[in-house]
Write a protein that binds this ligand. Structure first.
Ligand code: SME
Length: 149
Protein backbone atom coordinates (compact mmCIF):
# COMPACT_ATOMS: atom_id res chain seq x y z
CA UNK A 1 0.00 0.00 0.00
CA UNK A 2 2.76 2.46 0.93
CA UNK A 3 4.85 1.81 -2.18
CA UNK A 4 1.88 2.75 -4.37
CA UNK A 5 2.46 6.34 -3.24
CA UNK A 6 6.05 6.44 -4.47
CA UNK A 7 5.39 7.82 -7.99
CA UNK A 8 3.14 10.57 -6.59
CA UNK A 9 5.81 11.52 -4.07
CA UNK A 10 8.46 11.78 -6.77
CA UNK A 11 6.22 13.92 -8.94
CA UNK A 12 5.32 16.30 -6.06
CA UNK A 13 8.98 16.71 -5.16
CA UNK A 14 10.01 17.52 -8.72
CA UNK A 15 7.41 20.17 -9.49
CA UNK A 16 8.35 23.82 -10.08
CA UNK A 17 6.79 24.98 -6.81
CA UNK A 18 8.90 26.37 -3.97
CA UNK A 19 10.59 23.70 -1.89
CA UNK A 20 8.54 24.51 1.23
CA UNK A 21 5.32 24.15 -0.77
CA UNK A 22 6.48 20.82 -2.21
CA UNK A 23 7.22 19.57 1.31
CA UNK A 24 3.81 20.80 2.44
CA UNK A 25 2.12 18.91 -0.40
CA UNK A 26 4.11 15.82 0.53
CA UNK A 27 2.99 16.04 4.18
CA UNK A 28 -0.62 16.53 3.06
CA UNK A 29 -0.43 13.53 0.72
CA UNK A 30 0.94 11.20 3.40
CA UNK A 31 -1.46 12.39 6.08
CA UNK A 32 -4.49 12.08 3.77
CA UNK A 33 -3.54 8.77 2.16
CA UNK A 34 -2.34 6.69 5.08
CA UNK A 35 -5.08 6.19 7.67
CA UNK A 36 -2.74 5.74 10.64
CA UNK A 37 -0.56 8.79 9.77
CA UNK A 38 -2.43 11.37 11.84
CA UNK A 39 0.31 14.01 12.00
CA UNK A 40 3.12 14.25 9.46
CA UNK A 41 5.86 16.85 9.65
CA UNK A 42 9.46 17.77 9.04
CA UNK A 43 11.86 19.18 11.60
CA UNK A 44 15.16 20.69 10.44
CA UNK A 45 18.31 21.65 12.29
CA UNK A 46 18.00 25.34 13.17
CA UNK A 47 21.13 26.85 11.62
CA UNK A 48 24.15 26.03 13.75
CA UNK A 49 22.10 25.67 16.93
CA UNK A 50 21.74 22.36 18.74
CA UNK A 51 18.00 22.40 18.17
CA UNK A 52 15.33 21.40 15.67
CA UNK A 53 12.87 23.79 14.10
CA UNK A 54 9.46 22.74 12.80
CA UNK A 55 9.07 22.85 9.02
CA UNK A 56 6.06 21.96 6.87
CA UNK A 57 3.52 19.68 8.53
CA UNK A 58 -0.02 18.31 8.13
CA UNK A 59 -2.29 17.71 11.10
CA UNK A 60 -3.08 19.59 14.28
CA UNK A 61 -0.88 22.61 15.08
CA UNK A 62 1.80 21.88 17.69
CA UNK A 63 3.38 24.10 20.36
CA UNK A 64 6.68 22.30 19.81
CA UNK A 65 8.13 24.42 17.06
CA UNK A 66 11.63 24.29 18.60
CA UNK A 67 13.02 21.07 20.11
CA UNK A 68 16.50 21.02 21.71
CA UNK A 69 18.80 18.17 20.66
CA UNK A 70 18.36 15.28 23.11
CA UNK A 71 14.79 16.20 24.10
CA UNK A 72 11.86 14.01 23.10
CA UNK A 73 11.89 11.39 20.39
CA UNK A 74 12.84 14.00 17.78
CA UNK A 75 15.72 15.44 19.80
CA UNK A 76 17.09 11.95 20.41
CA UNK A 77 17.06 11.15 16.68
CA UNK A 78 18.97 14.39 16.02
CA UNK A 79 21.81 12.87 18.06
CA UNK A 80 21.50 9.13 17.30
CA UNK A 81 21.15 9.33 13.48
CA UNK A 82 18.91 6.26 13.77
CA UNK A 83 15.25 5.60 13.07
CA UNK A 84 13.17 5.66 16.26
CA UNK A 85 9.95 3.62 16.28
CA UNK A 86 7.76 4.10 19.35
CA UNK A 87 4.88 1.59 19.54
CA UNK A 88 3.53 3.13 22.77
CA UNK A 89 4.43 6.73 23.59
CA UNK A 90 3.29 6.32 27.20
CA UNK A 91 6.12 3.86 27.78
CA UNK A 92 8.74 6.53 26.88
CA UNK A 93 10.36 8.70 29.55
CA UNK A 94 11.96 11.13 27.12
CA UNK A 95 8.90 12.03 25.10
CA UNK A 96 7.26 15.37 24.28
CA UNK A 97 3.48 15.02 24.05
CA UNK A 98 1.81 17.06 21.32
CA UNK A 99 -1.71 15.72 21.75
CA UNK A 100 -3.39 13.36 24.18
CA UNK A 101 -4.71 11.37 21.20
CA UNK A 102 -1.27 10.26 20.05
CA UNK A 103 -0.48 6.61 20.78
CA UNK A 104 2.61 5.92 18.66
CA UNK A 105 5.34 7.77 16.79
CA UNK A 106 8.04 7.14 14.18
CA UNK A 107 10.94 9.47 13.44
CA UNK A 108 13.35 8.87 10.54
CA UNK A 109 16.45 11.07 10.10
CA UNK A 110 17.07 12.95 6.86
CA UNK A 111 20.63 12.96 5.54
CA UNK A 112 22.12 15.31 2.99
CA UNK A 113 25.67 14.33 1.97
CA UNK A 114 25.82 12.03 4.98
CA UNK A 115 24.88 14.79 7.44
CA UNK A 116 21.77 14.51 9.64
CA UNK A 117 20.00 17.78 8.78
CA UNK A 118 16.51 16.98 10.02
CA UNK A 119 13.86 14.33 10.12
CA UNK A 120 10.37 13.27 9.21
CA UNK A 121 8.09 12.73 12.20
CA UNK A 122 4.80 10.80 12.12
CA UNK A 123 2.33 10.63 15.01
CA UNK A 124 -0.39 8.00 15.06
CA UNK A 125 -3.59 7.80 17.07
CA UNK A 126 -3.51 4.03 16.50
CA UNK A 127 -1.46 1.95 18.96
CA UNK A 128 1.62 0.15 17.57
CA UNK A 129 0.89 0.68 13.84
CA UNK A 130 4.43 1.05 12.42
CA UNK A 131 6.36 -1.80 10.75
CA UNK A 132 9.59 -2.16 8.79
CA UNK A 133 7.55 -1.24 5.75
CA UNK A 134 7.00 2.23 7.24
CA UNK A 135 10.71 2.57 8.00
CA UNK A 136 11.65 1.59 4.42
CA UNK A 137 9.00 3.86 3.00
CA UNK A 138 10.02 6.89 5.09
CA UNK A 139 13.71 6.29 4.28
CA UNK A 140 12.68 6.40 0.61
CA UNK A 141 10.74 9.65 1.22
CA UNK A 142 13.71 11.26 2.94
CA UNK A 143 16.15 10.19 0.19
CA UNK A 144 13.85 11.80 -2.37
CA UNK A 145 13.54 14.95 -0.24
CA UNK A 146 17.34 15.13 0.18
CA UNK A 147 17.67 15.39 -3.62
CA UNK A 148 15.83 18.73 -3.69
CA UNK A 149 17.42 20.36 -0.61
N1 SME B 1 6.54 13.78 20.11
C1 SME B 1 7.71 14.46 19.62
C2 SME B 1 7.51 15.95 19.58
C3 SME B 1 7.04 16.46 18.28
S1 SME B 1 5.39 16.21 18.03
O1 SME B 1 5.14 14.76 17.90
C4 SME B 1 4.80 16.99 16.70
C5 SME B 1 8.91 14.11 20.47
O2 SME B 1 8.78 13.46 21.50
O3 SME B 1 10.00 14.51 20.10
Amino acid sequence: MLSKLRPKIVSILHSNAEVSLRLQQLCDLLQESIPYYDWVGFYFRNGNKEELKLGPYAGAPTDHTIIPFGKGICGQVALSNENFVVPDVQAQDNYIACSINVKAEIVVPLFVNGENIGQIDIDSNTPDPFTHEDENFLEFVNKEVAKIL
